[in-house]
Ligand binder design. Structure first.
Ligand code: NAP
Length: 286
């Protein structure tokens, strides 16, 4: 059992809601395994309370925190240091205290590519199609660029949001590899897609019966395609069930969740962390 004393250092996750976050489970399991004097707490912070909460965190000496909806972008003006990957993504999920104030990065991109790196592929020959153009899609773009994928197509259903997404990458070095696709044109890109990523909530509770693509659409993919769903529960999602039936390699979002958490904990503790313990805690819920 983890013993909390007067010297225990504080970590946590801020967001609204955070009640259902699995991060405390995963991080505290690793902390217990390492035997370090830290604890990781869920810290509910409403959208309008971010500035006040940050002052409080300084006052109580909080060492670092993860960020979930709705603060991933709102945190940016409060940081004294932002990593290049977080700047490119335009969102931060991990913050730590430095002598100068708060520093932030985004570990979602490294989390996303971790299970892909386990596959034997020449990524320079793998064109990508990302479904959805929200926050997670941005980390996927960064991850695919890091892998060296030659073409990264992003499909969205809302033309205004899609245009804003395209504009936000204009000054990025990755801009030439990006292709923005209206949802209605998806079928034209599928035959040349080797990595298909669901970055929409379609398939997550309460939409567990839904898939962003039909079987007919999935049948347009090459047989060597990889289907990757960022959703981590249910496992598998309807999208991945359909993809499995077509014989594609499938990846769910659980490993991304574990690996983004492991990368964050490594920053805070400045030491290697037990990823297997974090994975087991997340998957078994204990
Ligand atoms: P988000 O910012 O809200 O973006 C969701 C995107 O999906 C938006 O582009 C949205 O379009 C689109 N979308 C929603 N419903 C749709 C529909 N019926 N048809 C087509 N497009 C639709 O959410 P997010 O933070 O990017 O998260 C996306 C998913 O990734 C969630 O399921 C989340 O749980 C998962 N995720 C997983 C991890 C992990 O570690 N595994 C990390 C981050 C996120 P509109 O703007 O038009 O609604």
């Amino acid at each position: 059992m983890q013993i909390i004393t007067g010297t225990t250092q504080l970590l946590g996750v801020i967001g609204d809601p955070v009640q259902h976050s699995r991060s405390p489970l995963m991080h505290n399991a690793a902390i217990a395994q390492l035997g370090v004097d830290f604890v990781y707490l869920p810290l509910p912070v409403k959208a309008n309370d971010l500035a006040t909460a940050l002052l409080g965190f300084v006052a109580i000496g909080l060492r670092g925190f993860n960020i979930t909806i709705p603060h991933k972008q709102a945190i940016l003006p409060f940081l004294q240091e932002i990593s290049p990957v977080a700047a490119a993504i335009g969102a931060v999920n991990t913050v730590w205290r430095t002598a100068d104030g708060w520093a932030g990065t985004n570990t979602d991109a490294v989390g996303f590519i971790a299970p892909l790196r386990e596959l034997e592929r020449d990524w320079s020959t793998v064109p990508v199609l990302i479904l959805g153009c929200g926050g997670a899609a941005r980390a996927v773009v960064a991850g695919c660029a890091e892998l060296g994928c030659p073409k990264i197509a992003v499909a969205g259903r809302d033309p205004a949001k899609l245009a804003a997404f395209a504009a936000s990458w204009q000054d990025s070095p990755w801009s030439p590899t990006l292709q923005i696709i209206p949802w209605s044109d998806l079928a034209t890109v599928l035959p040349a897609t080797q990595l298909l990523v669901n970055a929409t909530p379609l398939g997550m509770a309460p939409q567990v019966e839904q898939s962003p693509l039909t079987v007919t659409a999935l049948q347009k993919l090459p047989t060597s395609a990889i289907a990757y769903d960022l959703i981590y529960t249910p496992r598998p999602t309807q999208f991945l069930k359909l993809a499995q039936q077509q014989g594609f390699v499938t990846i769910d979002g659980s490993e991304m969740l574990v690996q983004q958490g492991a990368a964050a904990l490594q920053i805070w503790l400045d030491q290697a962390v037990p990823v297997a313990v974090m994975r087991a805690a997340l998957l078994t819920g204990t």
